[in-house]
Design a protein around this ligand. Structure first.
Ligand code: ASP
Length: 366
């Protein structure tokens, strides 16, 4: 295990479990409080605590587990204040919201995804229709929108006043070489400027530096019968090039489940995950006997090791982005890992909704 020889660089896990391996040797496996959990559970990214709670409740009511995760995620998609998903998600460089989502159903090992979907606030629900009503796994762009219309979804403007202004601020301040005036190039008005009723608060909220944002919601469930399902939904990287697809709709990257083993999902820099197919890696590590948090940490270390480009490193040599992994094993154990400290996993189980700490690769913040 490479992390044992790189301790000066990588975080020491809070507790290490000695796991017997072939030849009588032992390996040190980091553990987390979720390892000892057994039985039904729903897990989610931190912004999905309500999603986990909803998915867990629907599971108790006997809904198909793909509906449980999709309806859980839908709460976040419908929330205009979560700028990483669905309605109110931050737009692409043209100021248009483009959404990606995937859902995977353990009992049938089927998946459905949509990518670069415009104008529909619940891409995970469209992805579920791809899973249930087509022979395909992934439908993108205009085709995804036409499919969504055929499924009865209604188009709407997904940009809120607040995200429009945030995009505008980013666009105007991008370069002084274009014809849009930066904040510091505009003269102050002589007197009051007229502001449309209801828009003043959003204008004030758009102040401050504008950078690239990431964010996504992931939710996985495990039923009493030992079946699993998982879903990931996102508006992707803010200000992305139109048509850019992240890891969330790519099965094996931002979302994966195998009914014999468990589920995994991710949030954070999709490009780093796409080059490492981490959700698949995590599930396969759990198949080999790893606990969920250790499997997530292994994937996080793989991402760090494979991030070789200079532009992705800070002055301290560490990577300059974060990526978070979440996993739920078929027996009910759950865990998460991130590159930098501070990450959490949202959980709903027999003890109700709560969060637990994620393991992390680096031991100090970015
Ligand atoms: N993983 C998402 C993507 O790259 C974004 C995020 O989670 O922040 O599209």
């Amino acid at each position: 295990m490479t992390h044992l020889t790189r301790r000066a660089f990588l975080a020491v896990p809070p507790v290490a479990l000695l796991v017997p391996v072939a030849g009588g040797a032992v390996r040190h496996e980091p553990t987390s409080v979720g390892d000892s959990h057994r039985g039904p559970a729903a897990i989610a990214s931190l912004n999905g605590l309500r999603a986990a709670e909803r998915a867990y409740a629907l599971m108790q009511e006997g809904y198909d587990l793909a509906d449980c995760v999709v309806q859980g995620v839908r709460i976040v998609e419908d929330d205009p204040n979560d700028t990483s998903v669905g309605l109110g998600g931050l737009p692409n460089e043209d100021g248009v919201v483009e959404l990606d989502a995937s859902v995977m159903h353990g009992p049938t090992h089927k998946c459905g995804s949509v990518a670069s979907l415009r104008g529909i606030r619940n891409p995970a629900m469209v992805a579920l229709e791809v899973l249930r009503r087509t022979d395909h796994c992934l439908i993108v762009g205009e085709g995804a929108l036409r499919f969504a219309r055929q499924m009865g979804f209604v188009e709407e403007n997904l940009l809120t006043e607040s995200t429009r202004l945030e995009w505008l601020k980013w666009r105007e301040n991008m370069t002084k070489e274009d014809d849009r005036l930066d904040d510091d190039e505009r003269d102050a008005p002589v007197g009051k400027t007229f502001v449309e009723p209801g828009k003043a608060a959003a204008m004030a909220g758009a102040a401050g530096p504008v950078k690239h944002h990431t964010g996504t919601v992931h939710c996985s469930v495990l039923t009493k019968a030992g079946d699993v399902s998982s879903c990931t939904s996102t508006s992707g990287l803010s200000w992305k090039i139109p048509g850019r697809v992240g890891d969330s709709p790519i099965v094996g990257a931002g979302n994966y489940c195998d009914n014999e083993v468990g589920c995994a999902g991710s949030t954070g820099r999709g490009e780093a995950n796409l080059a490492n197919l981490s959700a698949f890696l995590i599930v396969e590590s759990m198949r080999r006997g790893m606990n969920p948090a250790a499997a997530c940490l292994e994937a996080a270390k793989r991402v760090v090791a494979n991030s070789k480009e200079r532009r992705l490193k800070g002055p301290d040599g560490r990577v300059n982005f974060d990526l978070k992994f979440y996993a739920l094993r078929k027996d009910g154990a759950y865990g998460a890992a991130t590159l930098f400290p501070g990450g959490k996993l949202a959980v709903c189980d027999e003890t109700g909704p709560h969060t637990i700490d994620a393991l992390h690769v680096y031991d100090t913040p970015m």
